[in-house]
Write a protein that binds this ligand. Sequence first.
Ligand code: UT7
Length: 334
Amino acid sequence: MNNPNLRAVVTGTGGYLPERVLTNDDLSKMVDTSDAWIYPRTGIRSRRIAGADENVSDMAAAASRQAMERAGVRPEEIDLLVLATITPDTPLPAASCLVQDKLGLVNATCFDIVAACSGFIYALDVARQYVLSGAARKVLVAGSEKMSAITDWTDRTTCILFGDGAGAVVVERSEGGTQNGILSTATGTDGSLAPLLYVPAGGSARPTTAETLAAREGFVRMDGHTIFKYAVRNMAGVTAKAVADAGLKPSDVDWFVPHQANLRIIQAVAKTMDVPMERVVTNIETTGNTTAASIPLALHAAVADGRIRDGDNVVFGSFGAGLTWGAAVVRWGK
Ligand code: UT7
């Protein structure tokens, strides 16, 4: 940390979306809803759904492989993989261990982070701390979710929101004097708000039984209305803090890449932050809410199509179950 030239730099991005598209019209044949209700309230028109044999570790491996290719990093060079997910392939072991095997990350320590929609920011923060402390040189940070597996497809208040997918970035240590890299991170948690978004059963407190299955307690329960209010307040607050900590003003923000939970939440946060929507990256219309995958997926799309360029100030902001929230500022480029 004493070296002023030391930076944690994002050197590559990757994304993966399953092939199957589930539209609002498809949903209207499954539950009592319609595109006319869903789209104006959420900004979502369709989402991707993973195949039966397509799991979180497969999607994370695909996105991570692409991020490593774009960074020009070989699998054996990675010394840490942090995977953010709330839908690991199995409760044990961590899905990151399966990703390590799939990608041949033979020199990497691997673990998962459970912070729901803030998972990618938490994981990026961990990567930054490892790199700046000297504990790691090349880190893979991934967010991957198979939300379709924990979605109650008979509950119209939740099933309209979620989708599957994965995104990843490579974070590297740079001592070459670049001004690019992760400029700031900020995170927060309020566990007293846990009941707003949770899965009642399937953990050690309430293991799965015939009773919990019948009561559909293995699926997400959510108080969407209350979460909406906290989302805007906490996401705007933490993002403003990260921007200020990076020494920037709102007018310095070239791109805001928010968690994609609801377009109205994104618009409200952007307005509070004084960032015009032309500088906000959204893909929610075709992905829905992919939880920990949402920010890296939107980021990858904007990097791949050339919107985000070297030297741009890119800001991430999120909130999610926990409740958790987080933000990060990256000056783009190696
Ligand atoms: O990453 C964090 C994940 N969670 C979130 O970000 C959730 C944030 N919250 C939201 O996005 C919004 O609260 C929702 C989109 C989930 C819901 O929108 P809302 O404007 O808060 O609707 P509401 O829950 O207050 O429901 C309004 C009405 C209700 O009917 P009554 O009681 O007024 O007769 C619902 O039963 O709309 C009804 N409703 C629906 N109708 C058609 C709820 N879901 C649906 C639906 N289709 N899918």
